[in-house]
Design a protein around this ligand. Structure first.
Ligand SMILES: Cc1cc2nc3c(=O)[nH]c(=O)nc-3n(C[C@H](O)[C@H](O)[C@H](O)COP(=O)(O)OP(=O)(O)OC[C@H]3O[C@@H](n4cnc5c(N)ncnc54)[C@H](O)[C@@H]3O)c2cc1C
Length: 204
């Protein structure tokens, strides 16, 4: 760690999704200098709900964010998988106290934009200058031990280490590892959020 701390260039995290923000918090809390490069000009994470399983909620607690997470989350008592056509219950799993007792940390559900905003705030609290918005990575030049990031806006930046958190169509992956398009597996998921009172009573 000390070698990296002495490096001139910061650690670069490409992408400020849940992955990039999480790794930035972990590194900043350990004392590393971090810059998070995000292609979007402003933060405006969209999306529906997200589940935080006990292994993840343990990490939030270790970061000191356990109470903040609890305040914006709910803990469902059970989760039920239904047959999408007939509505038949295929499987029901206990999620509330039972899961917390089993794994030593709560299971939560919350709105994804609220989780994203909480992580953005925490990165800013740790380093007000951590974000570089409007920076879409287009290439990485230089050798592996002295990478230089090239952005669509004409900027470039040196990094001591590059962390790819730029999602499923990662430019980092394409430039430095494999450049293959994603394969459509024909598996599709639909998701949504609605007020509980709009559900039939048996699903509430
Ligand atoms: C329908 C669905 C439901 C899910 N439910 C859950 C759940 O309940 N619980 C759970 O734990 N996980 C869930 N997941 C998985 C989880 O959402 C993902 O694993 C996670 O969001 C991935 O985060 P990420 O930061 O790696 O990528 P992303 O969220 O894709 O973020 C990538 C970021 O990088 C930026 N970016 C991309 N390219 C560049 C570039 N060239 N330069 C700069 N910035 C760039 C993007 O703008 C974006 O901000 C779900 C996924 C889906 C699809």
């Amino acid at each position: 760690m000390s070698e990296l701390l002495e490096e001139e260039a910061p650690i670069a995290v490409i992408g400020a999704g849940l992955g990039g923000l999480s790794v930035a918090i972990g590194l900043l809390q350990k004392g590393f200098r971090v810059r998070v490069y995000e292609q979007a000009d402003v933060f405006g994470e969209v999306g529906a709900g997200i589940s935080i399983s006990p292994n993840a909620s343990k990490i939030f607690a270790a970061w000191g964010l356990g109470e903040q997470l609890a305040a914006i989350s709910c803990t469902p008592l059970t989760g039920t998988i239904l047959n999408g056509v007939t509505g038949e219950a295929l499987q029901t799993q206990a999620l509330g106290d039972a899961l917390e007792q089993l794994f030593g940390s709560p299971y939560y559900q919350l709105l994804r934009p609220q989780l994203h905003a909480m992580l953005v705030d925490e990165v800013r609290r740790l380093d007000a200058d951590a974000f570089r918005l409007g920076h879409r990575l287009v290439d990485i030049s230089g050798p592996d031990d002295a990478p230089v990031l090239e952005f669509a806006n004409g900027a470039s930046a040196a990094a001591s280490l590059v962390i790819a958190a730029d999602g499923a169509r990662s430019v980092v992956r394409a430039r430095r590892f494999v450049d293959e398009p994603a394969r459509f597996t024909r598996h599709i998921a639909y998701r949504g959020v609605l007020p509980t009172e709009n559900l039939p009573a048996r699903y509430r």
